[in-house]
Design a protein around this ligand. Structure first.
Ligand SMILES: Nc1ncnc2c1ncn2[C@@H]1O[C@H](COP(=O)(O)OP(=O)(O)OP(=O)(O)O)[C@@H](O)[C@H]1O
Length: 593
């Protein structure tokens, strides 16, 4: 049986120089190609307009009047305008295509990642965080795409400057690297303030959710209220301070930009001619190129803090993607759940959680169990004995570390996993009631309404005509609706985990006296966990779990639920008087709608 794998076990990857650029690699290839071509055309047009400008200037300096450069200048300016516009919009399209790629990855991991890993990961929080980082990058993109265009213009102007004054261009490069390095470091330092503010913000949000989630307890207990309130207040103050320092640093950085650019021009005009690094005749040309460079350079420098912020968000996003659960299988378009089966069998199955905060991980098994189609299997045992865990192992939501699960005698390997799981529907303890009813043909709307009436909840769940479900219900009522949905989905095996735990006395009694019989009559195999007294009278197989082990195979009507019989793990057998799905009558019963 496949071992649980999780990318969280892998060693952390070494941090690449940029996290943003590899993300861009997720963008649609054709958009990327168009972006590169558009960028090249815009850059060439920019270069031509700059060269024609310089040619005209040189002409004037020589006392000549040249007509052609102006025409070329106008044309190239027009082309560069059109392509720069396109370049900016394509940069945005590329970036959003990449972000959509990340979202699709998240979707694949949440639907195809291992269930146990998703629970470990507290996936909802991870996906919320992922979306938060995506939104941060998306908000910075317009500024960054304009800066990318400006970088293109600056690169072209710089190349041209190189042809005019190699020494000047080299010195400019050295100065730009030094000042740029300092500037990026400062921007990163400013940025780290934001990172720390984010940490405070997340803690603060956690505090708020504790205050809301435990509102009743907090209102009743002053000590706990004070403790939580003080913690949130401390984080609010820290967040405020860090944001203030970030704003101040950002102001300082921006004021440096203007100074740096003017400083560059001054070096060319005041210093280079004196050093003999440039002739006076070259000065007007070089100065004109520097002035041409000034705007894109200032735009670019302005965007550096945004770039650093986007890099940070991309790094966190990449780290998050690295912790996503490994995909269990590739979904099949053709695989269909078997419409009938004879038996499900667990052979020597064991499963271990990760230890987490426990000194030792909790293990269930080894378990040998046979579940004939159409049978009713009851699982009993004390709190924490592994009943709910077993309920998730049987449908292979938790994949065993050892042993095998067999369907009709055949081991369920990864290629049949999707179809096998489709045999089951479940109302777990922490079940989720979806906002909409299933819309596919497999859902029997008539049976759904019939079940609602049978469970005396139909008056609260009106047929809205658009599949929307009223979920403003009590816990017990929600469980009844969840059971009606599960039954109407028509899957052959129904799993119920302490379904009666929130039910009133009437429904607790009806569960064992009637509801299980009704499910059996509908041809369903029922596997349920219960704490409700002796359930063996309605079960073909009753399993007792004790500290992760199956301790006896069948309870008699005289045994009590909390009896301490501690027999070795055994193979549970179906009741001999009970028909098995291997006989034709039973198999017919198993056929699902
Ligand atoms: N996500 C998890 N990670 C690690 N250990 C877990 C996890 N969930 C449950 N456990 C551990 O597994 C053991 C069995 O839990 P399980 O929910 O299967 O018990 P149970 O028999 O259904 O209990 P109850 O009757 O209280 O519902 C518990 O001791 C618990 O500490």
């Amino acid at each position: 049986m496949a071992k649980r794998t999780s990318s969280s076990n892998r060693p952390p990857p070494s941090r690449p120089p940029s996290s943003l650029l590899p993300l861009i690699g997720l963008a649609d290839r054709s958009i990327l190609t168009r972006l590169v071509i558009t960028g090249c055309v815009a850059a060439t047009a920019n270069l031509i307009s700059l060269m024609s400008l310089s040619a005209e200037l040189s002409g004037w300096m020589r006392g000549e009047v040249l007509d052609t450069p102006f025409l070329i200048f106008c044309l190239s300016l027009l082309v560069s305008y059109a392509f720069a516009k396109r370049f900016v919009s394509l940069t945005l399209t590329t970036a959003f295509s990449a972000l959509a790629g990340v979202r699709r990855r998240f979707l694949r991991h949440v639907t195809l990642g291992g269930h146990a890993d998703i629970l470990d990961l507290q996936a909802k929080r991870s996906f919320d965080l992922g979306n938060h980082h995506l939104e941060r990058i998306a908000a910075l993109l317009p500024n960054l795409s304009i800066a990318a265009n400006m970088m293109l213009v600056a690169a072209v102007a710089y190349l041209y400057l190189w042809t005019l004054s190699t020494v000047g261009a080299t010195l400019l490069l050295v100065a730009a690297l030094l000042v740029g390095g300092w500037y990026v470091r400062e921007a990163q330092r400013t940025r780290s303030l934001l990172g720390n503010a984010k940490e405070s913000e997340l803690r603060m949000l956690q505090g708020f959710s504790e205050l809301v989630g435990g509102n009743a307890e907090v209102k009743l207990g002053k000590a706990r209220r004070d403790e939580l309130t003080q913690a949130v207040e401390a984080d609010v103050a820290r967040w405020e301070e860090l944001k203030r320092r970030h704003g101040r640093n950002l102001g300082e950085l921006f004021s440096w930009i203007a100074t740096i650019i003017i400083g560059f021009s001054a070096v060319f005009v005041f210093i280079f001619p004196r050093m003999g690094a440039m002739s006076v005749s070259e000065l007007p040309l070089v100065t004109s190129v520097i002035l041409f460079l000034a705007r894109p350079l200032s735009k670019f420098l302005n965007a550096v803090p945004d770039y650093v912020a986007a890099e940070d968000a991309a790094a966190q996003l990449t780290a998050l993607l690295g912790t996503m659960p490994a995909l269990e299988y590739e979904p099949s378009r053709t695989a269909r759940a078997p419409r009938r089966f004879s038996s499900i069998e667990l052979r020597g199955v064991s499963f271990a959680y990760r230890a987490g905060l426990r000194p030792e991980p909790f293990v269930i098994g080894p378990i040998d169990l046979s579940i004939p189609a159409g049978s009713v299997v009851g699982i009993v045992g004390s709190n924490g004995s592994g009943k709910s865990t077993l309920l998730r192992v049987i449908p292979l939501l938790f994949r065993p570390d050892e042993g095998q699960v067999l369907l009709d005698g055949q081991p369920v390997e990864t290629d049949r996993l999707e179809a096998y799981r489709d045999l089951f529907c479940a109302v777990f303890q922490d079940h989720h009631l979806f906002t909409r009813l299933p819309q596919g043909p497999g859902f029997d709307a008539e049976l759904f309404r019939e079940m609602l009436a049978y469970l005396k909840i139909d008056h609260l769940v009106p047929d809205t005509g658009n599949g929307l479900l009223n979920r403003d219900l009590s816990k017990g009522q929600r469980r009844r609706v969840a059971l009606a949905v599960a039954v109407a989905e028509g899957r052959p095996v129904v799993i119920l985990d302490e379904w009666t735990s929130d039910q009133d006395a009437e429904f607790r009694t009806r569960f064992t006296n009637e509801i299980i019989g009704k499910l059996r009559a509908l041809g369903r195999t029922v596997i349920f966990v219960s704490h409700d007294g002796d359930v063996s009278s309605v079960c073909d197989v009753t399993i007792r779990m004790t500290n992760g082990r199956m301790t006896n195979d069948r309870m008699t009507n005289t045994e009590t639920i909390d009896g301490s019989t501690d027999m070795p793990a055994a193979t549970a057998a179906s009741r001999p008087d009970m028909g098995s799905a291997s006989d034709p009558a039973m198999a017919c019963l198993q056929e699902t709608a």
